[in-house]
Design a protein around this ligand. Structure first.
Ligand code: SF4
Length: 348
């Protein structure tokens, strides 16, 4: 029985040949890679430039080109589509497609569950099961690409913001980014990839050393240690001073602007004082703030529109670039972990 780690979607062209029993010359391995990653083929039968015997061997060994299978999907009135996938060990993960006029963004998962336990997050509350492999991460994008291809569209952006803490699964996440970035594959520019983190300082510093121009999004959610520690337990390990020093290092090494994510929760972190603290903290930094009013289904209360607007204005006045993330797919549980949770509870 093969393991998910062996799946071809997680291998570079030069590694594919070594995983097959038959002799596969390098040009064949590159063809397989191109069918998988550039064409996003959903079956080995589609790989028509391969000899029949090789297609049969691939089918025998791997059954499907992807180490995941669609369980269910939901389409929102605003076009957001959410997929629930089963992996080979029966675990389930979620992926979301956020379609816009000129952009098709995939929000993918990097772990089954999450160990970070952020207070407002359905995934965190459900606990951690395991890391995803690079193949399982990349295959989420390939699946969506396969669907979009039929409509004459293509995935343009990938955000690592679904289930899991991406930097806690550092090697697989990086490998998946390199797969998606591969010139013989989807060839998604590194600047179209955004890796998010709740603030794992050593990994932010390590990422700064990689020669990969990916975007970094840091979940802040509060600008003082006491409040942030209440919402995000990771702050007790890496408090704000250490986190911001690592972010500054990332900016210095890459010259990339960091996105700071701030989930606005009524009565918790949405006051004018909180906005002031946030603008003081980020003053003079190459950054952008994404305000995300919490999803009503998350168990936390969403601030009023007036309170959200006032918070954004205070940052603007302080010269901090800010945007308000549009709510997408709230009718289909598009916030992280919600579809999986409902399906596990038998309500999906
Ligand atoms: S918000 Fe992100 S890091 Fe925090 S528990 Fe949820 S998935 Fe994990």
């Amino acid at each position: 029985m093969h393991t998910a780690q062996e799946h071809l979607a997680g291998l570079f062209p030069e590694e594919i040949a070594g995983r097959l029993e038959a002799e596969v010359p390098p040009y064949r391995a590159r063809q397989i890679f191109s069918w998988l990653h550039r064409q996003a083929a959903a079956s080995f039968q589609e790989m028509t430039s391969l000899p029949r015997a090789l297609i049969e061997e691939l089918e025998k060994r791997f059954q499907s080109p992807w180490p995941l299978e669609l369980v269910t999907s939901r389409l929102s009135a605003d076009g957001t589509e959410k997929y629930l996938f089963a992996l080979e060990d029966g675990s389930t993960i979620e992926t979301v497609l956020l379609p816009e006029k000129r952009r098709q963004t995939v929000c993918l998962s990097t772990q089954v569950g999450c160990a970070m336990n952020c207070s407002f997050c359905a995934t965190g509350q459900a606990g951690f099961r395991r890391d995803l492999t690079a193949g399982e991460i990349a295959a989420q994008v390939l699946f969506v690409q396969n669907r979009l291809k039929a409509q004459g569209k293509t995935v343009t952006n990938v955000v690592y913001m679904g289930m899991g803490e991406p930097l806690a699964n550092y090697q697989a996440v990086l490998r998946s980014a390199r797969l998606l970035n591969h010139p013989e594959g989807l060839n998604l520019g590194a600047r179209r990839l955004t890796i998010s983190t709740c603030g794992l300082v050593p990994q932010i510093r390590a990422l700064a050393e990689e020669e990969l121009q990916v975007n970094l999004a840091v979940s802040l959610h509060a600008a003082d240690d006491r409040r942030r520690g209440e919402i995000m337990p990771i702050n007790k390990v890496y408090p704000l001073e250490e986190l911001l020093a690592a972010c500054d290092y990332y900016t210095a090494r890459t010259n990339r602007r960091i996105s700071y994510e701030y989930a606005l929760i009524s009565g918790i972190n949405d006051s004018p004082q909180a906005a002031q603290k946030l603008s003081d903290l980020l003053q003079g930094r190459l950054c952008h703030v994404n305000l995300i009013p919490v999803n009503p289904g998350s168990g936390a209360a969403r601030p009023s529109s007036a309170r959200i607007a006032a918070f954004a204005q205070m940052l603007e006045r302080a010269g901090i670039p800010v945007s308000l993330r549009k709510e997408r797919g709230s009718d289909i549980e598009a916030a992280c972990g919600q579809l999986r949770q409902r399906t596990l509870e038998g309500q999906g």
